[in-house]
Design a protein around this ligand. Structure first.
Ligand code: MTE
Length: 306
């Protein structure tokens, strides 16, 4: 079998022909305003260069990536966000960068997107409920934004917050999670080049159900760390509270690194099912990114700091 370096791969190389054609059809119907409805129907192309930060694995079909989601603001079933997020208004949009830094900033979406060249990176996303996907995300390292604000020595962590509007998200209350959704990373995790500020997937702007207009992807951590629809990024001194830790602290630790050796109290983390595949596969430490990120946790007991 011919093996090529990942940046040279095209979707048609890593996706079955049927999935590739399905994607073409999906995009055509989305462009015609049929599949997505509302603002997402104007899904625009995002030009992005290929990045070396990419896994050469079969990409999950677009239909699965956009039809099987966790986004509690739009309902708690996996098919709810695709059904309910279509009318969510993602324009105008502002993201503030604040807290312990010399240069706090407020960006509209366009100026945020232009801070660095967009890259396509094919990353795994592994959710705590044991399903996973391989997604061609488009974005750039969050560090491009953080470094411009010049964090001070007091900045030890970075806290993130999602937009919340009960009028646009009437189902959110029923989810019973505290909102707005919050997440956090240690500063060195947030500055790691793999940590992606994400604007699109599959060559298009993010569909609303996947966190439009801007979200995080931290590929070595369980999916819930990858917060959607971000409006606030703050440099803070102490470990910030995060939604699932507030909700169920004995089940969700701050680090949430993918670790097949630490079971979730209610299920094993040893294996996962890639969406669209029948059999399960073994889950890899740090979701397969150990070479790049294990050094961040040198000396830490990862069973205690789960
Ligand atoms: N961000 C917000 N604002 N609200 C959410 O409910 N769910 C998280 C994460 N980000 C969530 C969120 C969880 S549990 C997962 S697994 C991933 O988003 C799912 O991302 P996806 O729907 O793009 O696959």
């Amino acid at each position: 079998m011919l093996i090529r370096s990942a940046p040279d791969l095209k979707y048609s190389d890593v996706t079955s022909k049927k999935d590739f054609l399905d994607r073409r059809r999906f995009l055509a119907s989305a462009a015609a305003g049929v599949a997505l409805g509302g603002p997402a129907a104007q899904a625009a192309k995002l030009e992005a260069r290929k990045s070396g930060y990419t896994v050469a694995e079969t990409v999950t079909p677009l239909k699965a990536i956009t039809g099987y989601n966790n986004y509690y603001e739009f309902g708690t079933n996996k098919d709810d966000p695709a059904r309910n997020a279509g009318e969510f208004r993602t324009e105008p949009w502002q993201v503030s960068v604040e807290g312990h830094c010399a240069k706090p900033a407020k960006y509209d979406l366009d100026s945020l997107r232009k801070l660095a060249p967009l890259e396509e990176r094919i990353y795994r996303l592994r959710c705590v409920e044991a399903w996973s996907m391989v997604v061609p995300w488009i974005g750039f390292s969050l560090s491009e934004v953080l470094k411009r604000s010049e964090p001070t020595s007091k900045a030890k962590y970075v806290a993130f917050e999602t937009y919340y509007d009960s009028k646009q998200m009437p189902l959110a209350k029923g989810s019973r999670i505290p909102l707005p959704y919050k997440e956090g990373l240690r500063l060195d995790e947030a500055m790691h080049p793999l940590t992606l500020l994400t604007f699109g997937l599959y060559g298009e702007v993010l569909p609303n159900q996947n966190g439009a207009p801007v979200r995080m992807i931290i590929p070595w951590k369980y999916g819930f760390k990858s917060i959607k629809s971000i409006v606030k990024i703050s440099f803070v001194e102490k470990e910030p509270p995060f939604t699932w830790g507030i909700m169920i602290p004995n089940e969700y630790g701050f680090y949430s690194n993918v670790n097949p050796e630490v079971d979730h109290p209610r299920w094993s983390q040893g294996s996962e099912r890639r969406i669209g595949e029948f059999s399960k596969r073994k889950t890899l430490m740090f979701n397969g990114y150990a070479d790049q990120v294990a050094s961040l946790y040198a000396g830490m007991d990862l069973k205690k700091h789960y």
